[in-house]
Design a protein around this ligand. Structure first.
Ligand SMILES: C[S@@+](CC[C@H](N)C(=O)[O-])C[C@H]1O[C@@H](n2cnc3c(N)ncnc32)[C@H](O)[C@@H]1O
Length: 305
């Protein structure tokens, strides 16, 4: 695997993380899987991979997520990159869910760490994880099977999922937006709006834009080509522009943030949205009366795992 040798990641952090993780264990894991055969089960020929995705490296891995190495190294590395710890940060997204989700779509699900937590938090809901990398989906499926969780994994582009309109109560994305150019971020939020029922919720967990703007040097570390663009932007504003209401961003331990938006319910006044603004994320409430998802069979849209 080719890596760039001149990043802070390669020179400094990568050796540190290598020291912390059991590399031999992950090598054995990587060797135990026929990645091409397994990824072919997910790969869809109708997916057009955008150039911003296929051209980017990730943590020094050439080809980024279109390299099985990314699927193997992602979890062992990520556990050290989300202070105070990965579970606390991901839980902040779960704690911000305001709806009673019957169907959840996790965009850019990667190896499924947040997707699994969503299924655990909402076991009655149908949960779908979508990602552009079939290799990440292989790893995600493996984790779900080990945890005994039934989740559907779908190869696709979060900008254009091909799912029908108003098919989900909850659309989430964790650690996806800092990897997107701003035009793609806008497209993903527009797509989320189309997919959600009225009263449905979108939740974006990612790096804290204010903090990232103050810590320019941090943006050089991880070979993330769009992180500056992400840091310079304002998720609240693009969520507003996509049509969401009650848009709100909370800091998650200074370095991350979770942004929530609600698809307006036609004909209702702003009272519901005001209630949402005052919401304290401790338990699920029934503030929002979702539309039903009538007409959409289950498992959804003929996807079989
Ligand atoms: C940093 S990882 C985050 C993975 C996971 N959500 C998590 O929280 O650990 C970003 C993921 O987004 C996926 N991705 C990037 N652009 C995408 C797009 N346009 N559509 C779908 N997935 C995308 C990548 O393949 C990768 O798995």
């Amino acid at each position: 695997m080719a890596v760039r040798q001149n990043t802070i990641w390669e020179n400094f952090l990568s050796p540190m993380v290598r020291f912390l993780i059991d590399e031999e264990k992950w090598r054995r894991y990587a060797a135990s899987i026929d990645w091409e055969k397994q990824s072919d089960r997910f790969r869809r020929s109708d997916i057009i991979v955008p150039s911003y995705y296929s051209n980017q490296n990730f943590h020094g891995i050439e080809g980024g997520y279109l390299n099985p190495e990314a699927a193997v190294s992602y979890d062992p590395v990520t556990q050290y990159l989300l202070p105070p710890n990965e579970i606390v940060v991901r839980q902040a997204l779960i704690d911000t869910v305001k709806v009673h989700p019957r169907r959840i779509l996790d965009l850019g699900c990667g190896t499924g760490s947040t997707t699994l937590m969503l299924k655990q938090a909402f076991p009655q809901a149908e949960v779908i994880g979508l990602d552009l990398s079939p290799y990440m989906l292989v790893r995600a499926e493996d984790k779900a099977e080990s945890a005994g969780l039934e989740i559907l994994w779908r190869h696709g582009n979060a900008e254009k999922t091909n799912f029908p309109d108003v098919a989900f109560d909850l659309v989430t994305a964790s650690l996806l937006f800092h990897e997107l150019p701003s035009t793609a971020s806008q497209a993903v939020l527009q797509e989320s709006f189309r997919l959600l029922v009225s009263g449905g919720q979108v939740l974006i967990l990612d790096g804290n834009q204010k903090t990232l703007r103050q810590l320019e040097w941090l943006n050089d570390i991880f070979e993330e080509p769009y992180i500056r663009e992400y840091a310079a932007g304002n998720l609240d504003a693009i969520m507003d522009a996509a049509g969401f209401e009650a848009v709100q961003t909370q800091d998650v331990w200074w370095i991350n943030q979770v942004t929530s938006g609600i698809k307006p319910i036609p004909g209702t006044d702003v009272t519901i949205q005001k209630k949402v603004r005052r919401y304290t994320p401790t338990s699920i409430d029934s503030t929002i009366d979702n539309n039903d998802l009538e007409g959409l069979g289950s498992p959804v849209f003929g996807i079989t795992a």
